[in-house]
Structures are given as structure tokens and as C-alpha cells.
Ligand binder design. Structure first.
Ligand code: 7TS
Length: 415
């Protein structure tokens, strides 16, 4: 596991932070909720909820339309949120930040524009063995349409990509490499900077799925030299319905538009329509304005906490939970990479992960049980599903203890 490079930092004041999360005071089945499901969706602090409510109560209108003070003000808030994303990702220009509905839509956008433009019959798209379905299915759809092939970078039993295979897998037919930054099942932090450098050495552009990375790691798209980087607001303490596609400007400029409609055009006549420059040409119709502003507020919140402090806290929780769970006879952790972020998947002999999930729920512990939209990962590890606990900056060691006791109780019940 990663050693945080920030030993010596002031730790987070977790008890104070918890006061910002209204949901954490809920009680399920007579037990205080223990929310260990931030990889499904992060909780929103009151600061984010209030910012969106203020917009809806006092500032609600449309953006990029009209000269009213109200509309201009909303446009300013909305564009300020885009600038916050730019800074958060270390992008060179806000023109490289395209709003989408989430990670899934961002990848579909790239597949349907960049992919359709570049992939021809006989070409190859290279994906890692630990992709979420969102970074598999759009490419399969494209490959089917074009007569192209999907190739897969394999992983070892620890859940680490086998990069020795990379030079062989990248051929002169490879048109794109797609890789998840942090696996949503295994927690593996992939060495994306190295993967990108090796792909670039052979002229292949790289899309990084950062859905599970941005809540836990400081990302700098320029330092990584990523061509595309995508994430969802709701995993970053923000709302659902908003996400981000970062793309290098030259690529976005070369890509055709995707959805057509209002807001993405420069001029329309019956003879010819011309489009706005990026990012406008990818943003047809009225966007989720409150959600974009909410994501901006979420970025303010996590930035104020400090991603390095967040990483240190979560790393400590992950190490503690790993040690406690690994000591339970019959329990197997899936994903034992050296470099991991705060996701812990496990299976227990004789107990289906869904039963484990339900028993934990009875103890107030919210986890996810299932295939986590990564069925090829399940197949690779010969399991139908896993139970997955995922940690955030508001979780505590006491909550890990509750998880461990609940797992032990479930095992007793099944004896
Ligand atoms: N990529 C990764 C790595 C993800 O973890 C997810 C969501 C997505 C893409 C899709 O994000 P969306 O916001 O567009 O839906 N992952 C999960 C999960 O692990 N459990 O539920 C959703």
C-alpha cells in the first residue's frame, strides 16, 4: 500500500467534519448509520447542499442566454465552477473542461466523437482488465460498429496490471488506450503516468477513468499528460447528474460535436450550421446548472480539507481495516496491490456477498454487495460478487471496528 508522503501533516478533525454531513446522524434498524459506501456515491456536506439550495431558491434561471442580470449572474457561477474544475485537475485552460452527466456520459462522448473519427475496420482499442463497464461497453459498441477489436491488459492475482505485456499489446493498429486510475473493486492505484508515457511513445492517446481517483488523490492532468480524464461529481462529495470530461484542447478542437441542439451552435440556417468552439460544441441544451455549481462547492470543500490530508486519513483507515479483516478465518480480500486507495472488497467462505451485505445492513453498516459494474473483474477472480467497504474522510476507526464486529456476527450466524 502507498505510504503517504505527508506524514507530519495536521490530521483531519473528523468529528468536526462529521457535523457537516446530515446523513451521518441517521439511524437504521436502531443502529447509527456507518456509511462505508462512498465508492458508490460520496455523501454531500451541508455546504454543498446549501449552495445548491441557494441557487434554486434565489438565483435559478438559465445560462448563456439573455442579457438579464439574473442570467448573467447564473452564467458567472456556472463558469466559475468550470474554472474550479480546471484548477482542481491542473488543466491548462477552462476550454478543456466539458460538462457531462457523469463519467459514463463522458466516456460515451469520447467514443462517439474521437472514437468514431479515428477507429477504422481492423483497428484496436486497448483497455485494462479492471475497467468499470462504463469504460468497456461504449468501446465495444464502437468496435462493433467499426469492425474493430478490443484488447485487454491483463492483471496478476494481487490486482496489479501486468505492464510487461504493454509493449506487445500496443500495435500500430491501437487507436486508444483506456485505463482506470483507481479500480472501484480492487482499490488498485494504477501507474497511469507510466502507462501514458509508454502509450505516447507509440503515438497512442490515453483516456483515464478517474471516477474513483479524484476523491482520494491529487490529480494533475498536465503532469500525467493524459489526453482525456473523466470523473463524476457524485463521487467527489458533489451531486449526481454532473461530471467532467477533460480533453487536451487540440483533441477537443479536432473532434466533431456529439449531441446537437441549442447552446452548442454559432449559427444555424436551413443550409448550414456552424458550431461553437470547445467546450460549447459538446454542451447542447440546458445543463444541470445547480449541479455544476454544487460540484464547484464540493471542490472548494475537499480542497479546504486538503487532498493530502484526506489521503493520509483514508490510508490509515484502509490499513487498519485490511489488518482486521485479513485476520478473520475464511475471509479473502480481493485486491492486494502495493498501491491502493480506500476500497476494500472481500468474500467469506460459505456466505454469499449479498447475504453479507444484508446482514451488515441490519447492523447499520452500508456497504455495496454485487459485481460493482465490473463483471470481467469478478470472472478474473472466480467470484460472482464481492462485499465492498469504501472509506471517506469522514469515516473513523470506530466505524471500522463496527464493520469488523458485524462481519464476525454474520459468520457466527452462518456457522
Ligand atoms: N468508472 C468507475 C471507476 C466507477 O467506479 C464508476 C461508478 C463509473 C465509472 C461510472 O460512474 P457514473 O457516475 O457515470 O455512474 N462506480 C460505481 C461503483 O463502484 N458502484 O456503483 C457505481
Amino acid at each position: 500500500m502507498t505510504s503517504p508522503s505527508n506524514i507530519g501533516l495536521q490530521p483531519l478533525d473528523v468529528q468536526a467534519i462529521r457535523q457537516d454531513f446530515p446523513l451521518l446522524s441517521r439511524v437504521f434498524h436502531g443502529k447509527p448509520v456507518v456509511y462505508l459506501d462512498s465508492a458508490v456515491s460520496g455523501q454531500m456536506p451541508a455546504h454543498v447542499i446549501e449552495r445548491m439550495a441557494k441557487y434554486e431558491r434565489e438565483e435559478h434561471t438559465n445560462v448563456h442566454r439573455g442579457v438579464s442580470t439574473l442570467s448573467q449572474e447564473a452564467t458567472d457561477f456556472y463558469e466559475a465552477a468550470r474554472e474550479k474544475v480546471r484548477k482542481f485537475l491542473g488543466a491548462a485552460s477552462a476550454r478543456e473542461i466539458v460538462w457531462t452527466r457523469g463519467t459514463t456520459e463522458a466516456i460515451n462522448l469520447v467514443a462517439q466523437t474521437f472514437g468514431r473519427m479515428t477507429v477504422k475496420e481492423g483497428d484496436e482499442i486497448l483497455l485494462s482488465a479492471m475497467e468499470h463497464h462504463a469504460d468497456i461497453v461504449p468501446w465495444q459498441m464502437l468496435a462493433q460498429e467499426k469492425g474493430a477489436t478490443i484488447k485487454v491488459i491483463p492483471m496478476n492475482d494481487a490486482g496489479e496490471l501486468i505492464l510487461e505485456s504493454l509493449d506487445e499489446l500496443i500495435t500500430d493498429r491501437t487507436k486508444l488506450l483506456g485505463v482506470v486510475h483507481v479500480s472501484n473493486v480492487l482499490g488498485t492505484i494504477n501507474p497511469v503516468k507510466e502507462i501514458i508515457a509508454r502509450a505516447h511513445a507509440k503515438g497512442v492517446p490515453v483516456l483515464v477513468d478517474g471516477a474513483q481517483a479524484v476523491p482520494h488523490l491529487k490529480v494533475d492532468v498536465q503532469d500525467l499528460d493524459a489526453d482525456f480524464y473523466v470523473f463524476s461529481g457524485h463521487k467527489l462529495s458533489g451531486p449526481t447528474g454532473i461530471g467532467v470530461l477533460y480533453g487536451k484542447l487540440a483533441l477537443l478542437e479536432a473532434m466533431p460535436p456529439w449531441h446537437g441542439g441549442g447552446s452548442m451552435i454559432r449559427s444555424v440556417s436551413w443550409e448550414k450550421t456552424t458550431y461553437l468552439p470547445a467546450p460549447g460544441k459538446f454542451e447542447a441544451g440546458t445543463p444541470p446548472i445547480a449541479a455544476a455549481i454544487g460540484l464547484g462547492a464540493a471542490i472548494d470543500y475537499v480542497t479546504a480539507l486538503g487532498l493530502d490530508r484526506i489521503a493520509a486519513h483514508e490510508h490509515e483507515l484502509l490499513a487498519y481495516a485490511t489488518e482486521k479483516l485479513a485476520a478473520i478465518p475464511g475471509l479473502r480480500i480481493l485486491g492486494t496491490a502495493r498501491d491502493k486507495a480506500s476500497v476494500l472488497s472481500f468474500v467469506v467462505d460459505g456466505i454469499h456477498p449479498h447475504d453479507m451485505g444484508s446482514l451488515l445492513d441490519g447492523e447499520g453498516v452500508v456497504v455495496r454487495a454485487g459485481h460493482h459494474c465490473a463483471q470481467p473483474v469478478m470472472t478474473r477472480f472466480h467470484v460472482p460478487a464481492t462485499t465492498r467497504a469504501s472509506f471517506a474522510y469522514f469515516n473513523t476507526r470506530e466505524e471500522v471496528d463496527i464493520l469488523v464486529s458485524a462481519v464476525l456476527k454474520a459468520i457466527e450466524l452462518f456457522k
